[in-house]
Design a protein around this ligand. Structure first.
Ligand code: SF4
Length: 351
């Protein structure tokens, strides 16, 4: 694309006056930049803010993160979803401690080797924290660039992303690498918005925008249609015995791997059979509200039950007080509403 110099200069000036004040922008600490970029994957800025502050306050250094126990890091992440992000973050922190004395390396390729650090995150850390000339291309940046260049390549293809990474890396302005990276992200997040909503009237690079000139802003970016999500149907159980609630651990592989959850099974299995298989003799079973939870590629449709347990055999579940679970275990958001409803029923029964 022509006119890069002008576009870059305008974006840098615009960013200096218009950047939102975000906690991770008040520092150049590479750990903070890294953490914020991992948290911001698939999660909105406003949702991330309190998590970021809490995480940094609890684990203020890479060393502290490397040595934290798993339940602590999962609890700090509870509600953000995609828990593999925080597990990878900790593995990478352990590598940073073992190989780099607890400081992130100022080296793009070394960053890329860390667990969970892809080209985008490495580019963001390299340019923002270390002023190295590497682009960070995410969905926001792809949208902005597709529109600026009226580029009809499909942005869901890895080859398109790689091409933009290469091109933007080649034009990185010396001395302003981090500002340019953040300015592009910020333009995508606050002005060049998705879903037919760009605020072109307030755009600092409108006069360079090919899509705007062609009056074809809404035709970009070009994306192939998303695959349909798979639907899964579950029965979920809030089981209580003597005030203690059952939680079970998910398998080591797949969705929400190795997280604690409310016990559940495929809806095909009849409720009495599921309970019998778990060695549970129940008293009253109450129907709770059905729930739906959407993951990236899967939808869960859940029938939910409150089960007063009369007797149980050893079944591998943990039976704990409500407060202990809430304080020490990170239940995935998919179970949150059922958890709240179950706790409410339990409180009513105790009264
Ligand atoms: Fe995006 Fe509109 Fe600016 Fe073009 S003019 S970059 S479409 S906000």
């Amino acid at each position: 694309m022509n006119e890069y110099n002008e576009i870059i200069n305008k974006l840098i000036i615009w960013y200096q006056f218009n950047a939102r004040d975000l906690p991770w922008r008040r520092t150049k600490d590479p750990y903070h930049i890294w953490l914020s970029e991992i948290m911001l994957q698939q999660t909105r800025v406003e949702a991330v803010k309190p998590y970021f502050e809490r995480f940094i306050n609890t684990l203020p250094t890479i060393e502290a993160l490397a040595h934290a126990d798993e339940e602590t890091i999962l609890k700090l992440w509870e509600g953000l979803g995609y828990y593999s992000r925080v597990r990878n973050l900790q593995k990478a922190a352990q590598t940073v401690v073992a190989e780099y004395g607890g400081r992130l390396p100022a080296d793009y390729l070394a960053l890329r080797k860390l667990k969970g650090v892809g080209p985008y995150t490495a580019g963001a850390i390299a340019s923002i924290a270390f002023s190295l000339p590497y682009a960070a291309v995410d969905g926001n940046v792809l949208r902005v660039m597709s529109r600026l260049a009226a580029d009809a390549r499909d942005i869901t293809l890895a080859v398109t992303k790689a091409a933009w990474e290469e091109e933007l890396t080649s034009v990185m302005p010396k001395g302003h690498e981090g500002t340019f990276t953040q300015a592009l992200m910020e333009l995508g997040a606050t002005v060049c918005l998705p879903n037919g909503m760009p605020k072109c009237q307030g755009c600092p690079v409108r006069e360079h925008c090919q899509a705007y000139k062609k009056n074809a802003v809404l035709q970009y970016p070009v994306k192939s249609p998303k695959k349909q999500r798979t639907k899964e149907y579950l029965s979920v159980f809030f089981m209580v015995e003597d005030g203690k609630i059952a939680i079970s651990k998910r398998g080591e592989k797949g969705l929400l791997s190795a997280l604690w959850q409310l016990p559940n099974c495929d809806r095909e299995k009849a409720v009495p059979i599921a309970l019998k298989d778990w060695g549970i003799i129940s008293g009253e079973i109450k129907n709770m509200k059905g729930q739906k939870h959407i993951f990236t590629h899967i939808e869960w449709h859940m029938d939910c039950y409150y089960v007063a347990v009369k007797h149980k055999e050893h079944n591998g579940f943990l039976w704990l007080d409500k407060d202990v679970i809430e304080k020490e275990y990170a239940l995935p958001s998919a179970f949150k509403k059922t958890w709240q409803e179950g706790c409410h029923i339990l409180e009513e029964e105790i009264k």
